[in-house]
Design a protein around this ligand. Sequence first.
Ligand SMILES: Cc1ncc(COP(=O)(O)O)c(C=O)c1O
Length: 382
Amino acid sequence: MKNILHCSGHNVLFEDIIRGDNCILYDSKGNDYLDMESGVWCNSIGHNNHLLVKALAKQASEIMHTGYCYLDPIVERAAEKIVGITGLENGKALFLSSGSEAVDFSIRISKYITGRKLMLTMSDSFLSSYGDFDNKDNWIFHDWLNNESLAKIPFSDISAFIFEPGSSSGFVRFPPSELITEIVAKIHANGGLVICNEVTTGIGRTGCWFGYNHYNIVPDIIAIGKGLGNGYPVSCIVCSGKTAKRINNETFHYFQSHQNDPLGACVANEVICIIEREKLIFAGNEKGKHIISELNRIKNKYGIIKEIRGRGLMIAIDFISRRGSSIAQLVNEKLIEQRIILVRRPNSETFRIDPSLTINDNDINRFITVFENAVNEVEKNG
Ligand SMILES: Cc1ncc(COP(=O)(O)O)c(C=O)c1O
């Protein structure tokens, strides 16, 4: 692959993947790979979901893209659907193209509405691939992992708190509920907004429609991506009716060619309909509980796993750190030999597992068996 520029920070392991079927990928020789990370955590309802492919092909054959001055009714249907699953009162939705764009756009709205530049988030947030996150003047990164006090945060200057309910740059950590309730109350009392970044945690990933459903909070804006498109690049922001009212159409403008495209909206609508019809949030949560319990069994049986964390099908495994060779690296090599794909966080002892909500029992068993054998071998042989 001489002509492709790679800059993801991850090594390309397989160069010949030509087809997918639910959680299985195939290369041109017919080898099957088990995808335990849903691509980049995007395939909420499995690769090549035939119902979605059918809806997408139909929409593509009719119209894919419209300009700013004309809309296809599918966009309104999709907006109604997505506002419905958020439960935001009189909410409004805008469809965009990537998770990063949805987060960035949410920040623009909050800065516009509040007239403030300062943003608050957790020290381990991923945020997005865009934006001015390196500009420390505009950001407060709250070190919740070290129980930093909230006393120093100038809440009255903060435009918005961006909350990632479980992403933490891939480490799958869940900030405590009391802390989040307190921050949200302080933000709202001081006229700021609460943005939930649900790019990774949304669309059923954590056993609820959204990661914030595990918290007793109501966001003002929600950024949604990844699982919404099942691999098609559509994202979305949903804002509450109250927030939408504060956006003046005369002065707040955004020119991006693919906002509210019918094809993206059709895909988003269909993904949500399939999840609802097939009760995949419940099913995904049950499968997640089973995987977590099996991983804890393996953790208790061998001595090289430090912690298992997870909600629904968003799961992390921490191996113990030691001098010399990395345990995570050795286990991962054995998984790769057996064509199991998951994410090893670069330079860390953490694996992250996020299979599709549609993963079947065979694939779960294959993963657990191969993983246990790998852990056993690495413990025995180093
Ligand atoms: C929490 C979080 N927010 C935003 C993004 C950016 O989404 P995208 O890659 O679709 O731009 C990611 C990507 O991994 C993410 O994990």
